[in-house]
Design a protein around this ligand. Structure first.
Ligand code: UT7
Length: 337
């Protein structure tokens, strides 16, 4: 440990998605919807659903983390802190961070904690990890986003506006001090606007009931996600360009300097709008929502991992991560790879 302010870089990135592919055609057997509606409104063709007894939020995170550690040339015992972004933790408490520590077999009593910032949870977590490295408190921080949505969706016509969108999966990065000056995380930008808290929400089991257990027994529908889709969409298309521009401005860059924009995979229409607004060509923005749906906190690290594996991110590239979602919360990170 030292006390010099320094930069951090992504030394490893990895992802894991469950084997079970659920196509739009599969979904049409479960509710009144069509492949055309889903593709036209969201761009999604298929998503992954977990297998009970095989995948857990923590085990998927561990699979992604092992791949990220391998790329970084490290082992789980090198990890000095875990930051775990999820809205679908294994337990109501404790958080999944400690379960990931156990899954990875890390015996040292390192700190582990969860970040509950939904779609922007991974970028928020990355920012937190960055601060710990910048100050010199830790050298190796594991940041993951992992979600199991499929077990908590209203898989019926009643819930179709929400349930066709979400998918399961996990992504992870290993953050280390930068090895070369000018490379690494240049800045992160975090925002929230709590007046919109109920626009995208899972209300129960909320603590503000005299008897919350009885309440959910009587009101089980409130345990399903609710989304005011059109309003969320309206805010998303404003906040994404805003927070990307904020990151560029702070570092003296223009939109055309971006080599790869990795947006949270909320909806292909939102991504296309952001692309057009920022004036980016197809090769400078990454989309995989077609294959995975919206995996909230996992979507940015899964997309980053795939973009890297496909050779679309190289040393020296300017990479921007951006997210928007429930809260509302939104965030960006600008990285010189
Ligand atoms: O990740 C966090 C951030 N999340 C987002 O950014 C999501 C933002 N919102 C959206 O992506 C879109 O609002 C949705 C994709 C969720 C929904 O698209 P929409 O164009 O806003 O549709 P809508 O909810 O206004 O519904 C339009 C129509 C309705 O029918 P009527 O009332 O016009 O007859 C719905 O009942 O489409 C119907 N509908 C469906 N039809 C077939 C809703 N869901 C479905 C469905 N299949 N799955």
């Amino acid at each position: 440990m030292n006390n010099t302010l320094r930069f951090s870089e992504i030394a490893g990135v990895g992802h894991y998605v469950p084997d079970r592919v659920v196509t739009n055609a599969d979904i049409t057997t479960l509710m009144e919807t069509t492949d055309e509606w889903i593709q036209e409104r969201t761009g999604i063709k298929e998503r992954r659903w977990f297998e009970e007894g095989k995948d857990t939020t923590a085990s998927m995170a561990a699979n992604a983390a092992r791949r990220a550690l391998e790329m970084a040339g490290l082992t789980p015992d090198d990890v000095q802190m875990i930051v775990f972004a999820t809205l679908s933790p294994d337990y109501f408490f404790p958080g999944s961070g400690v379960l990931l520590q156990r899954e990875l077999g890390i015996k040292a009593p390192i700190p582990a904690f969860d970040v509950r910032n939904q779609c922007s949870g991974f970028v928020y977590s990355l920012s937190m990890a960055d601060q710990f490295i910048k100050t010199g408190m830790y050298d190796t921080v594991l940041v993951v986003g992992s979600e199991i949505h499929s077990s908590g969706l209203d898989i019926s016509t009643r819930g179709r506006a929400v349930s066709v969108i979400f998918g399961d999966g996990a992504g992870a990065v290993v953050l280390r001090p930068s090895t070369e000056e000018g490379h690494g995380i240049l800045s992160t930008h975090l925002h929230s606007q709590g007046e919109h808290a109920e626009e995208l929400i899972v209300k129960e089991p909320g603590s503000n009931r005299n008897n919350r257990v009885q309440y959910v027994v009587d009101n089980e529908l409130d345990m399903y996600p609710f989304m005011n889709g059109q309003n969320v969409f309206k805010h998303a298309v404003v906040r994404f360009p805003q927070v990307i521009k904020e990151a560029l401005d702070q570092n003296g860059y223009q939109p055309q300097d971006i080599d790869m924009l990795i947006p949270h995979q909320a909806n292909l229409r939102i991504t296309q709008y952001v692309q057009q607004k920022m004036g980016l060509t197809d090769d400078k923005i990454y989309s995989n929502i077609q294959r995975y749906g919206n995996t909230t906190a996992a979507s940015v690290p899964i997309a980053l991992s795939e973009a890297y594996q496909e050779g679309r991110i190289k040393r020296g590239d300017l990479v921007c991560l951006a997210a928007f979602g429930s809260g509302f919360t939104w965030a960006s990170a600008l990285i010189k790879w």
